[in-house]
Design a protein around this ligand. Structure first.
Ligand SMILES: CC(C)(COP(=O)(O)OP(=O)(O)OC[C@H]1O[C@@H](n2cnc3c(N)ncnc32)[C@H](O)[C@@H]1OP(=O)(O)O)[C@@H](O)C(=O)NCCC(=O)NCCS
Length: 330
């Protein structure tokens, strides 16, 4: 059987209008701009309007991706939304989005893999395309983490932001698109980054709300240690699987969580920072949305012409990690 190559046919992203700067945060919690910039590289983040939920952000990004790909919603056969802040536990945000974009002929499901979610979803879509199951899949990373943030917890509230990024995935020219995938998980570290209540273990109750257990809880230093270890390693694995060496990489697009984590991954890989895409300063950590937003901005900046070799590398709650090597096909 002829080998099919899957890749990105079109992309779009969306960031809500409201910008929350470090100086704004100084007025809300015991922190300061210098600390946040020095420890994380973040200067501001975007926050969804009160009436916007994750599917609304996802919808705008999806419409832009469909337009960019020249594909109609009804030609999408599967919608995958990677998110940790769905509109509701169920129905899935992917089903809500399927309806909004008129993807009447599509299956739809959410995928939970923390900040690695978009790369995981792209890997799933790749398999569905190369197997011949579907022709066009909409893959979205979208978050309104501001809704599950404890704005009194300086350990977490300075780090995250809202946003969405979407990709239409389909068949591309031979030799282009997704070249290799590296994914993994270590559930033994799950407690280091979690939303403890609201599920079957601890259903929502007055007690869980009073204890703030519906918010994001994080052991920052444990997550930091994990991230520094894993991001370079997973990117390296994807490169090896694709038979690529460092010199052949045109651009590394890492998950945007913390500039120090990005720097250490680049160092391990021996990739100079001018080949590493960074926008964590503007948006903070938008979790599953961070990599697709970064791809869109890299493309807008002319860094992604056809034939460029790119590594996407993510890590996140789970704990999870995922990298993809791809040859840009548009
Ligand atoms: C959260 C993180 C930035 C903290 O940076 P750090 O250099 O490890 O800082 P520490 O945790 O050692 O904290 C140092 C001090 O700063 C304080 N601090 C924490 N947040 C602060 C803030 N926003 N403003 C000011 N001080 C803060 C701490 O309370 C601590 O004070 P103490 O020594 O008096 O207890 C870092 O651990 C990190 O980025 N972790 C990974 C988080 C992540 O990426 N999560 C998402 C994964 S997808």
């Amino acid at each position: 059987m002829e080998k099919i190559f899957a890749g990105i046919l079109g992309m779009g992203h969306y960031l809500p209008d409201k910008v929350l700067t470090n100086y704004d945060l100084e007025k809300m919690v015991d922190t300061n701009n210098d600390w946040i910039v020095e420890r994380t590289g973040i200067k501001s983040r975007h926050i969804a309007a009160p009436e916007q939920a994750t599917s609304d952000l996802a919808f705008i990004a999806a419409e832009r991706a469909l337009k960019d790909a020249g594909i109609d919603g009804k030609d999408i056969e599967c919608v995958i939304v990677a998110t940790e802040s769905p509109d509701t536990k169920f129905p899935s945000t992917a089903c809500l989005l399927q309806d909004k974009i008129g993807a009447k002929n599509a299956a739809a499901f959410d995928l939970s893999a923390g900040c690695s979610g978009f790369v995981y979803a792209l890997a799933v879509a790749n398999t569905m395309i190369v197997s011949g199951l579907y022709k066009h899949i909409l893959v979205v990373g979208a978050e309104t983490l501001s809704r599950i943030m404890n704005w009194q917890d300086r350990n977490t509230c300075v780090l995250f932001g809202d946003g969405a990024g979407a990709a239409v995935v389909g068949q591309v020219e031979d030799g282009y698109g997704i070249l290799s995938i590296d994914m993994g998980a270590d559930g033994s570290g799950g407690q280091f980054l979690s939303q403890p209540a609201g599920g079957s273990r601890k259903p929502a109750s007055h007690e869980t709300v009073d204890a703030g257990e519906h918010f994001i809880h994080m052991d920052g230093s444990e997550v930091f240690k994990f991230a520094v270890k894993i991001m370079g390693r997973t990117a390296e694995n994807a490169m090896k699987k694709a038979g690529l060496n460092t010199e052949e990489i045109d651009l590394l697009i890492p998950h945007q969580a913390n500039i120090r984590i990005i720097n250490s991954a680049a160092k391990r890989l021996g990739i100079s920072m001018d080949k590493v895409f960074v926008n964590v300063d503007k948006y903070g950590n938008t979790s599953a949305a961070s990599i697709p937003i970064a791809i869109c901005e890299a493309r807008e900046q002319g860094l992604l012409e056809k034939g460029k070799t790119v590594i996407l590398a993510g890590f996140g709650a789970g704990l999870t990690w995922a990298s993809i090597a791809l040859k840009w096909s548009k």
